[in-house]
Design a protein around this ligand. Structure first.
Ligand code: FAD
Length: 457
């Protein structure tokens, strides 16, 4: 079994969020890292027609950035979001806090800024070379040979590598190569919904035209609109809508229909979206997929991680956070083991069940975001949850807080969160005000059902 040799060059497929961060971790361990990236260098060539797209970063992602000294810099460019601002079809806006108080929040950060910053910091280690417009077409794990298309010249070349780490995203070429091998399997569950990004520009002087410190949601059941704030005062909106059906991307086939749909469903957003129909027909419709695969590695020669191993739908805001946590865990495995194979084996054992758990929670959260957030019952349950988080610190933990504000394994968050959710539902049953919650009963239920479970795990 080939031993881990820090003088080796490690090859990464993909300089996205996970690949760029992983390159930094590997450089810290003393490896030379060559990263082959299909796209052009986004620091030099602007893609996506200059759209600013953001994502939510929370405890797990921030912890990973802290390990490489980048957390504070990232937070300076991030906007805290303390809760969900619900925009009902009619009536008042309401803020549903995410945590027990404002200290528990998630953060909106620009995807492009973060990716560029990670690439630059990786290169600054002096050990990382990122080669752009290099598409991996084929991998031969027996000989350690990659076939790489140099896009500017249109010619393919062979690259030899001792170790290949596939961080090439949900459509991973490295994973697809693995799937040709006996004993490997992968499922791809596409969501019947697509998504479209739209922009709410900043107001005069870079002001925010809605509440800045919130993730805005227009929950409408089978579809929804969300908006996250950007540093420059704008918001990136994402419309999640079925591909087909009576209300779908297929049915919204003219500017008039899009305008009418927004005026009917999201009336308060329409005045904030001056380029609505242009954006709608100009911006691509994205697809979302859950990828579950195993066993992620070929001996000690190759491993996939991040979306390449376990892409998830975006409704828990955890895909990148989970991929960043992969980097921390792989780094720890490399420290503990002498061979790549042992490190990869342990990594898969540690991460697979957790990746599956967050994949399932992310799918479930679509219903929570698009439907439940609009119901009075859900609102009351959220208030009860917050009251319990404050009254029983360290004993009561909600699924959301375990996923977003802790680094507890996702599997534990799933199981403990389900128990906690059951307690909240029972306590809220038949009530109309959070003040009426029976706290003695709450204490008893938490002691009986949650505390022993948390002690055991
Ligand atoms: P990617 O970011 O996809 O990067 C893969 C890289 O590999 C790319 O640079 C690509 O060009 C390159 N590549 C691909 N194929 C090849 C090849 N053959 N050869 C060479 N290079 C290749 N996550 C969160 O944590 N919070 C959020 O709020 C959040 N919101 C989201 C919203 C939406 C609408 C979507 C779709 C996702 C969201 N995610 C979120 C998930 C997050 O975007 C992904 O989990 C994250 O980008 C995964 O990073 P990655 O590096 O594994 O893959």
């Amino acid at each position: 079994m080939p031993a881990i040799d820090p003088t080796q060059t490690v090859t990464l497929a993909g300089a996205g969020l996970v690949g760029s961060l992983l390159a930094m971790f590997l450089a810290r361990r003393g490896f030379q890292v060559e990263v082959l990236e299909r796209r052009a260098d986004m620091r030099k060539e602007q893609g996506s027609a200059g759209r600013s797209i953001n994502l939510a970063i929370s405890a797990r992602g921030l912890h990973a950035l802290r390990q490489v000294g980048l957390e504070q810099e990232a937070l300076r460019h991030a906007i805290p979001m303390q809760g969900r601002m619900i925009h009902p079809l009619s009536g008042e806006l309401s803020l549903q806090p995410y945590g027990k108080d404002d200290s528990q929040h998630i953060n909106s950060i620009s995807r492009a800024w973060l990716n560029k910053s990670l690439m630059t910091h990786a290169e600054e280690t002096g050990r990382v070379a990122i080669r752009f417009k290099q598409r991996i077409q084929h991998a031969d794990f027996d000989t350690g040979t990659l076939t790489v298309l140099d896009e500017p010249s249109g010619t393919s070349r062979e690259v030899r590598t001792a170790v290949l780490l596939g961080t090439d995203g949900s459509g991973s070429a490295v994973r697809q190569e693995m799937m040709r091998l006996p004993g490997y399997h992968s499922t791809q569950e596409p969501l019947g919904h697509g998504y479209k990004e739209l922009t709410i520009p900043a107001g005069q002087g870079g002001t925010f035209r809605m509440e800045k410190n919130a993730l805005h949601i227009w929950p409408r059941g089978a579809f929804m609109l969300i908006a996250l704030p950007n540093e420059d005062g704008s918001f990136t909106c994402t419309l999640f809508l079925p591909f087909e059906g009576p209300v779908s991307f297929a049915s919204l086939d003219s500017p008039g229909k899009v305008q009418a749909f927004f005026e009917e469903q999201f009336p308060d957003a329409v005045p904030l979206l001056p380029e609505l129909t242009q954006d709608f027909f100009h911006n691509p419709t994205g697809t979302m997929v859950t990828v579950k695969s195993a066993p992620w590695h070929v001996g000690g020669r190759a491993l996939v991680l991040g979306d390449a191993a376990h892409a998830i739908v975006p409704f828990f805001g955890q895909g990148m956070n989970c991929g960043f946590e992969d980097c921390v865990e792989l780094d720890a495995c490399l420290k503990r083991h002498r061979t790549w194979e042992d490190a990869f084996e342990e990594f898969f054992g540690l991460r697979k069940t957790n990746a599956d758990a967050i994949a399932d929670m992310a799918v479930e959260n679509f219903t929570e975001m698009s439907s439940s957030t609009a119901s009075a019952r859900f609102l009351l349950e959220k208030q009860v949850e917050k009251a319990l988080l404050n009254a029983f610190p360290g004993q009561f933990l909600s699924r959301y807080s375990l996923v977003s504000f802790s680094r507890a394994p996702y599997r534990l968050a799933y199981e403990a969160g389900t128990r906690a959710g059951g307690i909240v539902s029972e306590l809220a049953e038949g009530l109309s005000r959070v003040e009426d919650v029976d706290m003695e009963r709450a204490a008893r239920l938490i002691q009986e059902r949650l505390v022993p479970f948390m002690k055991e795990h």
